[in-house]
Structures are given as structure tokens and as C-alpha cells.
Write a protein that binds this ligand. Structure first.
Ligand code: ARG
Length: 585
């Protein structure tokens, strides 16, 4: 279905033409004075320059044409040359009926689907997930779902950090704890055990211990670096350990992501890209892109109109070691070979933005990626505590994701059970859904690049601009429909009978535009804003009308249909944000 704003613009363009002016002036926008009108066209002002006439004369002539259209209930030219427009109730109802009878509520798929790899999550193996990884998971999952809904082909890649120093630290710490393990015996010839020599709980203890110890003991850190080097160079025992670490870790990560309603099509790893590095480095050298500077191999990526300093992209350190950059570049080579995407979206902390700028420029300059491939960095801000500083546990430690989710779940559970008779399993089911909505909406309702304050109380409130408020609205609709037992299949929705009903309908008509806009701008917060407004107008409509006791069958059935449409739009939107509504709250 066409966006309603495009449909209205069509009328206004025709009116410009009928009045003797160019159609390009007929573009309509949503009114910035909703108290005066619903839509407006400001085209008479620029047209006045071209036609050397007073804008109000042009606006008046166009308005006269538009007044002939039954689509509009009110058209007026106002000084200095605005055209104010209201849609007729019939026209709105007609659009709403088309939405209601369409499977996708009027949001068609794109005509030009593209293939996208979204690199999000980015957890590091064996390090517990912390809140920093929360944002990547939440935002990436939503951007993926939005793109998929719009018809793009999307692969979500978790891009595990499994190749860095943390592996060497774990191996070294393990050697200290269990020196007799066969993995450390250089002369061992047999098969390595299939059972890992640690549990996830042990693994989660090993890394932080090793990390803290390495800070105080340089010789331990050296050993860990060496272990990393050996692992990266195929030491049999270390590779066997690396596999164990990976397996134990991935199983745990999957469990955690599942709780968040986040899933990946691809469990790609930094290590997967290593095989592409030698050829890539050779190619960059042979083609003259990479050169030695102070011992390191680098590619210049600065551009003439840079306003800030963009340092060269380092490909190899002076000791020949590869870096985070090298892996990301090689991953581009790998993705080009495997997925050949039109676009790669990276969802990571915005403090990595210069880093990604360097990587993208290097990839384009060296032509390891097609010039048409769109590389997009979606950088997110920091999640802060109420003190405005990065979110921490009460005793100042790094807040683990699991702990954070438990805390918010407890808070919601308390609300759900407070002064209420409710069966305990049900209460937990509800608390699970509502708490995920609280966390995700709390995050996604902010523009991704902004920092925000994580506030359990506010996020879990059932009122205001929160996830639970949206769920509450959906639950309310479900319960009304259950009472009316929802039989209104062949009914048409009648033109609005009140202003609140009209406001609800008008908000619904914006649906497809909002979704496409959120997709184009990789901006889930636009969907949040929309469903908040939609919930608000719905609740006003609800308070204004006695839906259940309405005696006129046609009116009541029309409302049932309107409610069903509202529910579907809201539920599709929250699905695109990555959460779902319970049946009651
Ligand atoms: N593992 C990294 C971290 O924890 C994030 C990875 C982001 N993605 C990427 N392709 N570099 O900071």
C-alpha cells in the first residue's frame, strides 16, 4: 500500500498542475500545528519565487482545486502561503479498511531487497557477558528484524572474540591450576579428551583471576602472550583447549542470548578470518597499498578534507603480530566470499567509531570490498547508572548481564504479584516477558548513539514511555476483544465517530511510513516513539468510549475491527523491537 502521505501528495501535486504550476511543489508534510490541521503543503512559497507571484495567490488557487476532492474535509490557504489540509473521515476510514484487510497491515515489502550482514553481539569467549554487550545485542537484533520485515535478506553474525589475549590468559591460568593436564604435555601423541577440563562456572572464574593476576605480574602476562602466540600458531594442545573453551562458552552464551530473545544465524568467530590474512596481507603489499612505517605494516587512510586526524590503519605490528584491525579486514574478505552482502552493519560501542572509519576506508581503498558495498557503523552510547557513570554493581564491580536481568525480573515480579491473587508460574511467565520489554524498550527508545541512564524503576513502570506501558495497552486490547469474543470478520470499519477515534485512525495510517523510515535510518527508536504515541491515542479512545456496552451492532463491530488492527500493528512493532506481550499483566 502507498504511504498515506504519498497519496495525499499525489492529490496536491495534481492540484498544482491544474492551477498551472509545477507538480514538484505539491509535496505534503504532517502538520506542525496539529491544532490547526492534519497535513500541510508549503510548496507555494518556493513556487512564488519561480512564478513571481504572491505565495498566498498560488496557495489559494491550489486550495480551490483541492476543495473539489472528497478526500479532504477542510482545505485552506493561509498567510503567507501555507495550504492546510484535513482528511475526510471517509478517506481515513477507507485507508484503515485497506490496512485492516491486508495481511501486513499495509506495509509492503521493499521492491529492491538487499542482502545484509549484521555484525552484532560481539561477546568475547570465556569472558562473562556484561552490560556493554547488552546494547549491541538489543539494537542489532531489532535492526535485523526490521530489515527482515521490510524484505531484505539478513544474516546476523555474532562475531565472537575468540582469538585474543584472553585465550592465552585462560590457558596460562589453567596450566597453573592443573599443570598435569595432557594439553600441556608437549610429547603427548594421543587423542585429547572430549570432556572439557572445566565447567562454565570454573571458566568464568579463571578469566577474571588471570586478568587481575596478569596486571600485577608481568612475567605471567608474558607467558599468556606467548600462549596466545602458540595457540595462534597451531600448538596442538592449546588448540584442543581453545576448542573446549569455545564449546563451553558458546553453550552458555546461547542460553543468555535466548533469555533476551536474541538469536544469530551465524556463530562466526574472529578465528574464522585468520586463514584469509596471509593472502590479504600479501595482496596489500604487492599492490602497493601497505608499506612499512616504524617497523609496522600500515595503509594510509587519511583523506584531503578530513577535519580530524585519521591515523593509518595498521595491518601488522612490528613483531608481525596481527591486530583487531587485521581480523576485521580479513572478516570482510571472508564475508565477501561467503555471503557477498550489499551491506555490512556493525553494531558496536561508539568509542570504536574512528577505528571502524579506518577499517572501512582501508577496505575501500585496497578494494578488498566492492566499491558499492555499504559499510555502516552503528555506534551506540554508554549505558549509565543513576550517578551518570557507566553502569556498575552496587559494590562498584562490572555488572554482569545475568545479574542485571535478574534484578529487573525481581522488580517486575514484585509488581505483578503485589496485592494480587496470581498463580506463581503465571506470575513468573509474565515477569519474564515484561522485564525483557522493560530492558529492551528502555534501551531502544533512545537514539542508539546517545548515552542513557538505566533506571530499573522507571523502565519497569506501567505508566509513561516504557515497555510495560506498551504491553499494558496490548493486554488491555486483548482483554476487551476476549469479552467481545472478536467476531467481526466481514465488517467494515466505519468513519470515526469522535475525535479520539479519528486520532487513533490517523496514527494507524502512519504505520508503513514509520517502519520504512526506521529501516532506512537503522533507527528502532522511531518505532518506539510511534507505538508510544499509538498507545496513548488508543488509551484516550478507550477512555472516551464504552466499547463493550455499545448497543449499535455496526459501531461495536467496527470498533472490534479497529481494535484488532491496533493490536496487530502494536504486536508487529514490538516483535520488531524484539519482545512480546503476555496475555495478562
Ligand atoms: N568483541 C568486541 C568487544 O567486545 C566487539 C566486536 C565488534 N565487532 C567487530 N567486527 N569488531 O569490544
Amino acid at each position: 500500500m502507498n504511504k498515506i502521505i504519498d497519496q495525499i501528495s499525489e492529490y496536491v501535486k495534481e492540484a498544482f498542475v491544474s492551477a498551472g504550476y509545477d507538480e514538484k511543489y505539491g509535496r505534503v508534510t504532517v502538520s506542525n500545528r496539529p491544532d490547526l490541521c492534519q497535513y500541510q503543503c508549503n510548496g507555494a512559497m518556493p513556487a512564488a519565487k519561480e512564478y513571481k507571484k504572491a505565495p498566498i495567490m498560488i496557495a489559494g488557487a491550489v486550495a480551490d482545486e483541492l476543495k473539489k476532492e472528497s478526500a479532504f474535509s477542510y482545505v485552506e490557504a493561509v498567510n503567507p502561503g501555507f495550504i492546510n489540509i484535513n482528511l475526510s473521515d471517509e478517506y481515513i476510514a477507507d485507508y484503515i479498511n485497506k490496512m485492516s484487510s491486508d495481511e501486513r497491515c499495509g506495509c509492503d515489502k521493499t521492491d529492491n531487497p538487499v542482502k545484509i550482514v549484521i555484525d552484532y553481539g560481539g561477546p568475547n569467549v570465556a569472558k562473562p557477558l556484561h552490560v556493554g554487550h547488552l546494547r549491541s545485542a538489543i539494537i542489532g537484533e531489532s535492526v535485523k528484524r526490521i530489515n527482515r520485515f521490510v524484505g531484505n535478506e539478513v544474516v546476523g553474525d555474532v562475531h565472537l572474540g575468540d582469538w585474543g589475549l584472553q585465550m592465552g590468559l585462560i590457558i596460562t591460568e589453567l596450566k597453573k591450576r592443573q599443570p598435569d593436564l595432557v594439553y600441556f604435555d608437549e610429547n603427548y601423541e594421543g587423542e585429547y579428551p572430549s570432556k572439557p577440563p572445566f565447567t562454565i562456572a570454573e571458566l568464568e572464574d579463571i578469566y577474571p583471576t588471570a586478568n587481575a593476576y596478569a596486571k600485577e605480574h608481568p612475567e605471567f602476562k608474558e607467558e599468556a602472550k606467548n600462549a596466545t602466540f602458540l595457540m595462534q600458531n597451531n600448538n596442538k594442545g592449546y588448540i584442543a583447549l581453545w576448542k573446549h573453551i569455545l564449546n563451553v562458552s558458546i553453550a552458555d552464551l546461547k542460553k543468555n542470548y535466548e533469555k533476551l530473545n536474541v538469536s544469530f544465524e551465524k556463530w562466526g568467530k574472529e578465528s574464522d578470518a585468520q586463514q584469509y590474512i596471509p593472502d590479504m596481507v600479501k595482496y596489500m603489499k604487492d599492490e602497493g597499498y601497505a608499506y612499512i612505517s616504524e617497523g609496522a605494516l600500515v595503509v594510509d587512510v587519511k583523506e584531503p578534507d578530513d577535519t580530524k586526524e585519521v591515523p593509518p590503519c595498521m595491518i601488522l605490528k612490528s613483531d608481525g603480530a596481527t591486530l583487531y584491525n587485521t581480523t576485521d579486514l580479513a572478516t570482510i574478505v571472508e564475508r565477501r566470499k561467503n555471503e557477498n552482502p550489499d551491506m555490512i552493519i556493525y553494531v558496536a560501542d561508539k568509542r570504536q567509531s574512528l577505528y571502524f572509519e579506518q577499517v572501512f576506508r582501508c577496505a575501500k581503498k585496497t578494494k578488498i570490498i566492492d566499491p558499492d558495498t555499504n559499510l555502516l557503523f552503528l555506534g551506540f552510547g554508554t549505558m549509565n547508572g543513576k550517578d551518570g557513570k557507566p553502569f556498575k554493581t552496587r559494590d562498584g564491580g562490572v555488572m554482569r548481564l545475568e545479574q542485571l536481568l535478574t534484578e529487573i525480573n525481581d522488580a517486575v515480579y514484585k509488581k505483578v504479584t503485589d496485592n494480587k491473587e496470581i498463580e506463581d508460574t503465571l506470575a513468573h511467565e509474565i515477569a519474564d516477558k515484561v522485564s525483557i520489554a522493560a530492558v529492551k524498550y528502555g534501551d531502544l527508545s533512545n537514539q542508539a548513539s546517545k548515552d542513557y541512564i538505566f533506571d530499573i524503576e522507571r523502565f519497569s513502570s506501567f505508566e509513561g514511555n516504557t515497555g510495560p506501558y506498551i504491553l499494558y495497552t496490548i493486554v488491555r486490547i486483548k482483554s476487551i476483544l476476549a469479552k467481545l469474543d472478536g467476531k467481526a470478520q466481514d465488517i467494515t470499519i466505519l468513519p470515526a465517530a469522535s475525535d479520539t477515534e479519528k486520532d487513533l485512525m490517523l496514527k494507524l495510517t502512519k504505520y508503513n511510513e514509520v517502519i520504512f523510515n526506521a529501516c532506512e535510518e537503522s533507527a528502532p527508536h522511531k518505532i518506539c516513539q510511534y507505538i508510544y504515541e499509538l498507545s496513548d491515542v488508543f488509551n484516550k479512545f478507550y477512555h472516551d468510549n464504552r466499547i463493550i456496552s455499545e448497543e449499535d451492532d455496526n459501531r461495536r463491530n467496527s470498533w472490534i475491527k479497529l481494535l484488532m488492527l491496533t493490536q496487530k500493528v502494536l504486536e508487529t512493532c514490538i516483535d520488531l523491537l524484539g519482545f512480546e506481550a503476555p496475555d495478562r499483566m
